[in-house]
Ligand binder design. Structure first.
Ligand code: ATP
Length: 343
């Protein structure tokens, strides 16, 4: 745990909605959390668990049903909108209507909480805008109208605006939603570096479980039962909390590989001999076939050459057969299973 003071604390905080006749409808159990400087925190949980509701509440856009929320040492509710905007920026998933603003103009709006009443940007403000455009790889279309951008481009521009706002706390609701895989990885790397280098606390909700487990310093795990758990990704995986939060019938999280099992085994066990990338990908192919790869001795054996490019299969009592591709190997295994390993 960092030694400095937290930037934001929530105590006994209940988030949710007031329904008809002011009846409160909490979407999570009362929670106690803190955001620390320099940490990238990923808020994970299944659909409808309450991630957006929690983010909006932490940003002061939605009143809590109960409890206490402090920002920068004082109650969040007591801060003016301008003071709050100097402490905290948020990017939501809602589509923002920006008229004919160009990318640069929209990102420049991020400096608004720091400018005087005329709203004129200083050289320092301009430099911040420029740096935010560069960091998010959006300088190339700075002069284009935001209305003409693709969803992924717009998402990066909104992040650029939040970075230009340069607040100690940054909250992002599903910032990876419209990005392709390389851009998702780049974004997580950017946010992790930003938190580390600038001491900001960055909290983002995401359904990118794999990326979040790799990048997050801390995970806030919000399961459907509304009981928030926090910890390092590793502690939450090893304790079983992560698997429990995403448990579904027939879907299991495998803590040994950090992935959800896509294929249910239906075939025999195969001893897989070999290591490195060739063995990893061979294992994936065997699992897709419904086989159960193991390192222990088994009647059926597959050996992967250390440099890849060559596989050997061997049925019980049969000769060893060479294969040049995974495709050939799988074809041979299907024949062996059909003819020599009757179920
Ligand atoms: N304005 C609203 N009034 C009442 N209930 C709402 C309102 N907005 C959302 N909810 C409910 O609050 C719960 C949490 O919704 P929320 O959008 O916070 O979940 P989420 O974890 O962000 O979901 P997702 O991963 O699908 O985006 C859901 O049951 C949702 O139906």
């Amino acid at each position: 745990m960092p030694t400095s003071a937290p930037l934001l604390t929530a105590d006994d905080l209940t988030v949710g909605y007031f329904l008809a006749k002011k009846a409160p409808r909490p979407v999570a159990q009362p929670l106690r959390v803190a955001l620390w400087p320099g940490e990238l925190v990923c808020l994970l949980g299944p659909n409808g668990a309450g991630k957006s509701t929690l983010l909006r509440t932490l940003a002061g856009l939605q009143a809590p049903l109960g409890g206490r929320l402090d920002l920068g040492g004082g109650a969040l509710a007591s801060l003016s909108a301008a003071a709050r905007a100097r402490q905290l920026s948020i990017v939501l998933t809602d589509r923002v209507e920006v008229g004919t603003l160009t990318v640069r103009e929209l990102v420049s709006l991020g400096r608004h909480p720091h400018t005087n009443w005329l709203g004129r940007l200083s050289a320092h403000d301009e430099a911040r805008v420029q740096a935010a455009l560069a960091a998010t790889n959006t300088s190339g279309f700075a002069q284009r109208p935001v209305g003409e951008l693709s969803d992924g481009e717009r998402q990066k521009v909104l992040l650029a605006r939040a970075i230009a706002q340069d607040t100690p706390i940054v909250l992002l609701d599903e910032p990876t939603a419209h990005l392709d895989l390389p851009n998702r990885v780049a974004l997580m790397r950017l946010l992790h570096g930003l938190a580390r280098q600038t001491g900001k606390a960055i909290l983002l909700s995401t359904h990118e479980l794999d990326l979040a487990l790799q990048a997050a310093d801390r995970v806030w795990l919000l399961p459907a039962n509304g009981q928030l758990r926090t910890g390092t990704p590793e502690d939450l995986v090893l304790s079983g909390a992560f698997a429990a939060a995403f448990a579904r019938e027939g879907l299991a999280f495998d803590p040994a590989t950090g992935t959800f099992a896509l294929h249910a085994p239906t075939g025999p066990t195969v001893q897989l001999v070999g290591d490195g990338a060739p063995a990893f990908w061979t294992r994936r192919a065997l699992e897709r076939e419904g086989l159960v790869p193991t390192t222990s001795p088994a009647a059926l054996r597959v050996t992967v050459a250390p440099a890849g490019g060559q596989w050997t299969s061997q049925a019980p009592g049969g000769p060893a057969e060479q294969h040049a591709t995974v495709e050939d190997l799988l074809r041979a295994l299907r024949l062996i299973i059909k003819n020599q390993l009757p179920s």
